[in-house]
Ligand binder design. Structure first.
Ligand code: SF4
Length: 456
C-alpha cells in the first residue's frame, strides 16, 4: 500500500513529495501473496468460541474472514475485518499479534505455529484498497452534530461509526495530518505514514469533516464545542515525551523518542542527514517505545545502539518478542542503570554518566554512583509521555470531567464522562495502549453517543 502515490491523496500537501527516512525501512513482516494466503487460511480449523476472537479488542470474526480468504472471497474477508475495525489495515501492521489473536490461537496447544492472522488480515485489506472497494455508506441523516477532538485512532473509529449512524462528525486536529499515532508514531518498519493516510481516506469518504491546525485551549475552547455541538468526543491521546530532569539534558542531541520517530516519519530526509551520520546512540527506557526506538536506530545502520533501563529485564513493560528481536539486531541492553548527567563534548557528542540502580524490598529504586561513562551522539528518552490530567485550563469551566491517576474517568460501557455531553476513549482514558484498544474505545463511544442523541 505504501506504493500509492501521495499526490493521489486529498489530504493537505504537508507530507510533501520528498523522500523521507522512514522509506529506508523494509517491512519487518512481509505481505503474503495469494497462494500463500489461501494455503495459510486453509490451516485454520474454525474453532468453536474461537479464542482468537476473544483476544481481539475489536472482536473481529477471525475464523470467518480467514474462511473467506480460503474460499477465494478476499473482498468478503476485508468486509468482515473492517466491519469490526475500520483501522484493520494499521492494526494488521502494528498490533502485537504475538500476544493478542495469534497468541491465543489453539495451534499453540498442538505444538504448531499459530495461524498468521495479522498477515492474513493485511492481505485481505490491502486487496480491498487496491481494488477500490467501498463497504460502508453514511446512515440516514439525524441532524445531530458531534465534534471530536484529536484525529488519532479513537476519534477516527468514533467518527466513522457516527457517520454510519447518520450523525455529522467534525474532527478538530492540531497537527497538519490526521492519524495521530498511526501517522506520526508507529515505527516505520511496521507501518509508514502514507499507509495511515490511505486508510483514513476511507473514513473521510463517508463525510467526516476535518479541521487541521485546531488546538484545544489555543485556537478553541472545549466550552465552545460543548455549546455548539450535540456531543463532544475527547480523543486527545497523550502529550509530548517526558522524563525526569537530568543535568545537561538541554543538549540538542538529547531528545524524546516519540518526537524523534515522528521526525523520521514525516520530515524530508534531506533535513535529517545528521541522523544518517550517527555512529552511536543511547535509548533510555524499558517499554515498547524504547524497543521501537532502538530497533529503528539499528535499522538506520547505527553501529552502536545501547538501551539503559533502570530495572531488570523481567520488569520491562516492552513485549518480550520485541526485546528478543532487538537483541538479535545487535542492540546492547544495560539493565539496572540510569543516566545521571550529560556533558557536552562537542556539538554532536555527549558524555553520559551512569549510576547503578538497586531495587529495595518495598520496590522503590535507590541509585548507587558507579562513575561509569559512555560517549554517544544521540540520546532518546522513551520514559513516557505527559498526560492531560494536569492541564486544568483545557477543561476549564466544564463540570463533570475527572481524572484518576492521570486517566480521564469514563463509563466503561459507553465512554461517557461525568459530563453527559462529553465522551472519551483511547490513551486519554487508558493511559496509553495499542491502536486496536483505541479503535474499540472509539466505536463504543459512538454507540454511547448515539444512544444519548437518539434515545436520551
Ligand atoms: Fe483459526 Fe487459530 Fe482462531 Fe482457531 S484460534 S479459529 S485455528 S485462527
Amino acid at each position: 500500500m505504501s506504493s500509492i502515490p501521495l499526490d493521489k491523496m486529498s489530504w493537505p500537501d504537508t507530507l510533501g513529495h520528498e523522500p523521507r527516512l522512514e522509506e529506508d525501512f523494509q517491512d519487518f513482516k512481509a505481505g503474503l501473496n495469494e497462494i500463500e494466503a489461501e494455503t495459510e487460511a486453509n490451516r485454520c480449523i474454525h474453532c468453536y468460541e474461537a479464542p482468537c476472537i476473544q483476544a481481539c479488542p475489536t472482536a473481529i470474526n477471525i475464523p470467518q474472514f480467514i474462511g473467506r480468504i480460503g474460499s477465494g472471497n478476499t473482498l468478503g474477508a476485508a468486509k468482515t475485518i473492517l466491519e469490526s475495525n475500520i483501522l484493520g489495515h494499521s492494526c494488521a501492521l502494528s498490533c502485537p499479534t504475538e500476544v493478542l489473536c495469534e497468541g491465543a490461537c489453539v495451534y499453540h496447544h498442538l505444538n504448531h505455529k499459530p495461524i498468521m492472522i495479522g498477515r492474513l488480515q493485511r492481505f485481505a485489506v490491502e486487496h480491498a484498497y487496491k481494488t477500490g472497494a467501498k463497504f460502508f455508506v453514511p446512515g440516514e441523516p439525524t441532524g445531530k452534530r458531534v465534534a471530536l477532538i484529536g484525529a488519532g485512532p479513537a476519534s477516527l473509529a468514533c467518527a466513522h461509526e457516527l457517520r454510519r449512524l447518520g450523525h455529522e462528525a467534525t474532527v478538530y486536529e492540531k497537527s497538519a495530518l490526521p492519524g495521530g499515532l498511526n501517522s506520526y508514531g508507529i515505527a516505520p518498519y511496521k507501518m509508514k505514514t502514507g499507509v495511515s493516510l490511505v486508510e483514513i481516506e476511507q473514513i473521510a469518504t463517508l463525510g467526516v469533516q476535518f479541521k487541521f491546525g485546531e488546538e484545544l485551549g489555543r485556537t478553541f475552547q472545549l466550552s465552545e464545542l460543548v455549546d455548539s455541538y450535540n456531543a463532544v468526543f475527547l480523543g486527545l491521546g497523550l502529550g509530548p515525551d517526558s522524563h525526569p530532569p537530568i543535568p545537561g539534558d538541554d543538549h540538542p542531541r538529547v531528545r524524546g523518542a516519540v518526537e524523534f520517530i515522528s521526525q523520521l516519519k514525516t520530515l524530508p530526509s534531506a533535513s535529517l542527514n545528521w541522523v544518517r551520520e550517527l555512529r552511536s546512540a543511547l535509548v533510555v527506557g524499558g517499554g515498547n517505545t524504547a524497543l521501537d526506538a532502538c530497533r529503528e536506530l539499528k535499522g538506520l545502520g547505527i553501529p552502536s545502539v545501547r538501551v539503559s533501563y533502570r530495572r531488570g529485564q523481567a520488569e520491562m513493560s516492552g513485549y518480550l518478542h520485541e526485546f528478543k528481536s532487538a537483541l538479535q539486531e545487535g542492540v546492547e541492553f544495560h539493565f539496572n542503570t540510569v543516566p545521571v548527567s550529560f556533558t557536552s563534548r562537542t556539538e554532536n557528542s555527549i558524555q553520559v554518566e551512569f549510576s547503578q540502580t538497586r531495587i529495595t524490598h518495598d520496590g522503590s529504586i535507590t541509585v548507587v554512583p558507579t562513575g561509569s561513562f559512555v560517549e554517544v551522539e544521540l540520546v532518546l528518552f522513551a520514559t513516557g509521555q505527559s498526560n492531560f490530567s494536569k492541564s486544568k485550563n483545557l477543561f476549564a469551566e466544564i463540570p463533570g470531567l475527572e481524572f484518576d491517576r492521570g486517566k480521564l474517568k469514563i463509563d466503561p460501557n459507553t465512554g461517557q464522562t461525568g459530563n453527559p455531553k462529553i465522551f472519551s476513549g483511547g490513551d486519554l482514558t487508558n493511559g496509553g495502549k495499542e491502536v486496536v484498544n483505541a479503535v474499540s474505545d472509539g466505536k463504543r463511544a459512538a454507540h454511547g453517543i448515539h444512544e444519548v442523541l437518539i434515545h436520551g
